[in-house]
Write a protein that binds this ligand. Sequence first.
Ligand code: SF4
Length: 169
Amino acid sequence: MDYKDFLATLDVELGQLFDSQKEHIRCRPGCSACCEKGDYPMSRPDMEHIMGAFMHLPAEKHTRVKANIAAVKAGRQPIYPCPFLLDGLCCVYEHRGIVCRTHGLAYLQPDNVVKLPQCVHDGLNYSDVFDGQTVNLPNPITISLRIDDILNRYGFEPEVIKPLIEWFA
Ligand code: SF4
């Protein structure tokens, strides 16, 4: 399976998972909370796919993304806004990475701890089942949504996975 076909298949799978969790999901058009605070772990195929789109952006967007990358690198914070987020929209949306597609979903980790999305702290996804300390989620997703586990499930070697900004050496 090539990477584009994999992403299309993954989108179908994730769509079903979002549907199964819809009572806890507050995602709305125009919300970019998932892209404003994170480290965005990316695999090499993720980055190649994203950069393919980046190379075709109009010059003005190209310049803005490059300025964002420079600002994040200068700030050296572990959590940062994604450089590809422009005016609240992802400028490489169709080419976004695996982690971008899983944004907003919670899942049960092997240690039986539910991994919640960052936006739960903004009163968004899963805030109805999280009191700030304890998660009370009756039917969690039980497959791992970590990037390496997803890649493994689909028969890809994960190779290197690192935060988005670290791909810009
Ligand atoms: S690449 Fe796009 S979808 Fe992914 S974190 Fe950045 S802005 Fe969000």
